[in-house]
Design a protein around this ligand. Structure first.
Ligand SMILES: O=C(O)CCC(=O)C(=O)O
Ligand SMILES: [Fe+2]
Length: 321
């Protein structure tokens, strides 16, 4: 099969205690180089194999999420986002969020977990626990992936990117770091021209980890090739670069445009699709300055961006406020 998106075996790094990883180990350096190259060249996107997050943890999140998304609308709306200029937490119905700021209808529903003022659907008692477990597992992996990327940049400090993410996984520290469960309802006869499952956009943060079911439809935009599919591969996680990583690395890891198409296949179109996403977004008070290094493009705009301002700007545009 002609696979456009690189597949990287990260050799169960998740299950190794972070402090006991030997970053001098040639095997770890090889993984770091492959991963860095995959995110730098063309696709800005990679599949991770042997990521170590238990499949059961993922399928439980999909099952509990489905129970929530299939509740009546009036119940789901009790949990909708309260004020998108302040927090990213809560439920969004079809048509509420449009990620490329246009007047396109996105046929998706989401529940985002963000911040420390979290509320959860009481109708689905296990929702909170399973979401937070998978979120924590993703956080553990994020910090290891940041180390690999710092290594691939040949930086002495393997914690260079972690230092910029700061404490975003600590809920007592304000950040827009977010975990999202997404549900794309079966596409019915009321679909209109222009409808899409998720419109073209880049993510706002450093890295996004995406777990998808077997329906497909995700695509990334690759400069020389246009839109290319990122089909589901069982047992893998998809990693996508975001705006803050692009800024931090002076464009070396450019943010990757992506979207989700409605399947052309009639049978698949009538099926729902589910994903879980973990977006790593630095603490609110972090200013991201582009790194200076001979590897990087000296022409990159050196103006810093503030993490909160950037993510909030993107978020409010998506909700039209
Ligand atoms: O669900 C997907 O496959 C992608 C969703 C996405 O890109 C997003 O929510 O930012
Ligand atoms: Fe996205």
């Amino acid at each position: 099969m002609d696979r456009h998106i690189p597949l990287i075996d990260i050799d169960n790094l998740f299950n190794v205690d972070s402090d006991s990883i030997n970053y001098e180990d040639p095997q770890i350096q090889k993984i770091a180089n492959e991963f860095g190259l995959a995110l730098h060249e063309n696709s800005g996107c990679a599949y991770l194999l042997n990521h170590g997050i238990p499949e059961e943890m993922i399928s439980t999140v999909f099952a509990e999420s489905k129970t929530f998304f299939e509740l009546p609308d009036d119940i789901k709306m009790k949990y909708c986002k309260k004020d998108v200029t302040k927090s990213n937490h809560g439920y969004s119905a079809v048509g509420q969020e449009c990620l490329n700021n246009l007047n396109i209808r996105e046929l998706k529903e989401t529940f985002d977990i963000c911040g420390n003022d979290c509320y959860y659907p009481e109708e689905v008692p296990k929702f909170k626990e399973v979401m937070e477990s998978l979120e924590a597992a993703c956080w553990k992996l994020h910090s290891k992936l940041f180390k690999l990327l710092s290594m691939s940049l040949k930086l002495d400090n393997v914690d260079f990117i972690n230092d910029k993410a700061r404490n975003c996984t600590d809920r007592t520290v304000p950040s827009l770091n977010t975990a999202r469960t997404a549900y794309y309802p079966p596409v019915g006869d009321d679909v209109i021209a222009g409808d899409i499952r998720c419109s073209a956009h880049t993510d706002w943060g450093l890295l996004t980890m995406l777990l998808q079911d077997d329906i497909g439809g995700l695509e990334v935009q690759v400069p020389s090739k246009g839109w290319i599919p990122v089909p589901p591969i069982p047992g893998t996680i998809v990693v996508i670069t975001g705006d803050l990583l692009e800024k931090l690395t002076g464009g070396y890891f450019g943010a990757t445009p992506h979207r989700v198409m409605i399947p052309e296949d009639e049978i698949k179109m009538k099926k729902y699709r589910q994903t879980f996403l973990s977006f790593s977004i630095s603490d609110n008070d972090v200013d991201i300055f582009p790194l200076r290094s001979e590897l990087l493009d000296g022409d990159y705009d050196s103006k810093p961006v503030n993490s909160f301002e950037h993510a909030m700007w993107r978020s409010t545009l998506s909700y039209g406020v």
